[in-house]
Design a protein around this ligand. Sequence first.
Ligand SMILES: Cc1cc2nc3c(=O)[nH]c(=O)nc-3n(C[C@H](O)[C@H](O)[C@H](O)COP(=O)(O)OP(=O)(O)OC[C@H]3O[C@@H](n4cnc5c(N)ncnc54)[C@H](O)[C@@H]3O)c2cc1C
Length: 424
Amino acid sequence: MAKSKNTTADIAIAGAGYVGMSLAVALKQAAPHLDVVVIDPAPQGAFRNDPRASAIAAAAARMLTQFGVWNDLLKDSQPIREMVVTDSKLADPVRPVYLTFGSVERKDSEPFAHMVPNSALLAALHEKAKKAGVRTMPRHIVADFSRSGGTTQLSLQNVETQKSATAITRLLIACDGVKSKLRDLAGIKTVYWPYDQMGIVTTVAHERDHEGRAEEHFLPAGPFATLPLPGKRSSIVWTEPTREAKRLLALDDFEFEIELEQRFGLQLGEISVAGPRNAYPLGLTLARSTIKDGLALCGDAAHGIHPIAGQGLNLGFKDVAALAQTIVEADRLGLDFSSVNALERYEQWRRFDTVQMGVTTDVLNRLFSNDNPLVTAARDLGLGLVDRMPRMKDFFINQAASRKGGFGERIMGPQPKLLSGVPI
Ligand SMILES: Cc1cc2nc3c(=O)[nH]c(=O)nc-3n(C[C@H](O)[C@H](O)[C@H](O)COP(=O)(O)OP(=O)(O)OC[C@H]3O[C@@H](n4cnc5c(N)ncnc54)[C@H](O)[C@@H]3O)c2cc1C
């Protein structure tokens, strides 16, 4: 379909986060003739300040390899080679291990995930997007939009000068995060419930090497995850009820370190806090629909889940692979990629996986943020059983890594090309 004279961009992406920038790179690499613009309120370069690291699963790593950013990221990343799950009370002197996953036991020995610093990831995506010819509009938000005659008119606002501007696009893609304003403006409802929990994130330095081992300690207040970083450091994702999280955040450094040590333990020697503390309110948000005529939701704008399994961004990367392929293949056939007919393929591709992951993380959180002795006994029995079933463990690893032939693929058909490491 030819671009109309008034069109400012074929595709406008609202949100220059991990998902928005990945989508821009995927589209521009596969269809360089499409004009792609990314709009975000942050000043250029402000993204470099995110101190967090994310567990990036094997499927997403295959896509990032296709983008040409993965090899550079590897030097700052740490492969997760083993995962240990424990279930105990805070004061218990020992934490029995109920479940272990080790990628080293596997024939292919592909780590099921890497811990990648968020700032390095975003910087690499921005650089790649620039080289590919993606245009960016920093310091702007999409304040409103309307659809008519096959194009979408955008009202843009400069967040510094408050000046307004307009733009016209064929397709608007909302990658504006879990509180998506664009989703609200489009009248798309969500299934939402808050968990009354916060995820505290920080970095810890320790005396001994973690040897690539991640640990998930299921404590009565919620999961406490330690995720290996390069060097003798680990990233902490620590779930607490909101009130307790606020109390912990208000502690001075010494008191905070004592609380942290109680949960982290001394198996890696003395520990010290080696990064800022941040906390994020947790909830489940699932958009009831992810498409409309001229609009698609992608990443957290479509779904926000509990970080218990470290899968939020991985889900977003799967959206990117599916949406980019949907758009590019429709365009190659000469179809209008902004129509609901074309975008339906994206929604169908992603719906089952998204709902499955949302429900799984919700159930896991309810099951493990729980002190009831009956529930505790039942879940420990379940974990112990899974630990003794290698095929079951393989199933979980294949799911997390989106390996070929997995359960998801049997239900939804072949996974998007980029997730298999194949260009669109
Ligand atoms: C504690 C915690 C730990 C986590 N750990 C992991 C992990 O290990 N692995 C994993 O896979 N996931 C993890 N996640 C989830 C992951 O952080 C999110 O899924 C991811 O950040 C979503 O990326 P996004 O690009 O969709 O949204 P965001 O990162 O929220 O980006 C949204 C962007 O939109 C911009 N924006 C907002 N409004 C507008 C507007 N009106 N117009 C234009 N732009 C706008 C914002 O400035 C921002 O740049 C974790 C989450 C939490 C809370």
